[in-house]
Design a protein around this ligand. Structure first.
Ligand SMILES: [Cu+2]
Length: 109
């Protein structure tokens, strides 16, 4: 089980259209707060900033990965079993919403 610690959400977005699209947020009932973040590293200092939008290029991909974009999931509503999945809804700048399931992993995974 995972206790109530802030968790990073990592995934890869694929844009099949001919226009760039912005990822504007993710929501899930499993956490009270879901904030898109970007890790910025300056020398030995790394910090996370909130982002309004992460642009997925036309017919391209954008990876949410350690050291870059991620969704910060905080305020876990109940303990989550490692290996289980939670439903997450991604929202895009064109108003499209996509339902996905995210696998719960421990920090080392
Ligand atoms: Cu973060």
């Amino acid at each position: 089980m995972l206790g109530d610690v802030p968790s990073g959400g990592y995934f890869k977005l694929m844009n099949m259209s001919d226009n760039p699209v912005g990822f504007v947020g993710a929501s899930t009932d499993a956490f009270g707060m879901n904030i898109p973040h970007q890790t910025q590293t300056n020398g030995s200092i790394s910090k996370m900033i909130m982002v309004d939008k992460a642009t997925v290029p036309a017919t391209g991909t954008l990876a949410f990965a350690p050291g870059g974009y991620h969704v910060m999931f905080e305020m876990m509503r109940k303990p989550l079993a490692v290996g289980s999945t939670i439903p997450v809804t991604f929202t895009f700048s064109d108003g499209e919403k996509i339902q996905v399931r995210c696998v719960v992993k421990n920090a080392a995974g």
